[in-house]
Ligand binder design. Structure first.
Ligand code: HEC
Length: 116
């Protein structure tokens, strides 16, 4: 392999890794949902509307369910949460996530299910 090719590949990998500081975790467990990475995505993409941390009291918007409330809904499942994110009901916007990001965010939401 030439040096130029090596350099450009390294740059490309670097650029892809940049947006997610937790991508190292994801690489260590490929295919396994990573709630830590999900938490970071949630803060970036969802926290304008949803309270994404476990503390329901720190509510962002009165009419938007907190992630902990979503996790605590009766008979809540990963599949149901995934469906609500992929086919959101207005005014929840449609958000572009890869399959693995989606799984990470769902794993994070489910991790908040805990007795109050
Ligand atoms: C612009 C504001 C906004 C953003 C950003 C947003 N949501 Fe929502 N979301 C809402 C609103 C409002 C609802 C309630 C919709 C309804 O009435 O059913 C909702 C509902 C949901 C539900 C369904 C809850 C239920 O009733 O079962 C899930 C799951 C959800 N959001 C996840 C997310 C995730 C994950 C993100 C980030 C990737 C996100 N949302 C970003 C506004 C937002």
């Amino acid at each position: 392999m030439t040096l130029t090719r090596f350099a450009s590949q390294t740059l490309l990998v670097g650029a892809l890794a940049l947006p997610f500081s937790a991508s190292v975790d994801a690489q260590q467990h490929p295919g396994k949902p990573n709630p830590k990475r999900g938490a970071e995505l949630a803060v970036k993409l969802c926290s304008n509307c949803h309270t994404t941390q476990a503390d329901n009291a720190a509510r962002v918007k009165a009419d938007v369910p907190t992630f902990r409330e979503i996790a605590a809904l009766d008979d809540q499942t990963d599949v149901r949460i995934t469906g609500k994110i992929m086919m959101p009901r207005h005014p929840m916007p449609s958000i572009n996530l890869t399959r693995s990001e989606l799984a990470d965010v769902v794993a994070y939401i489910q991790s908040l299910k805990a007795p109050n």
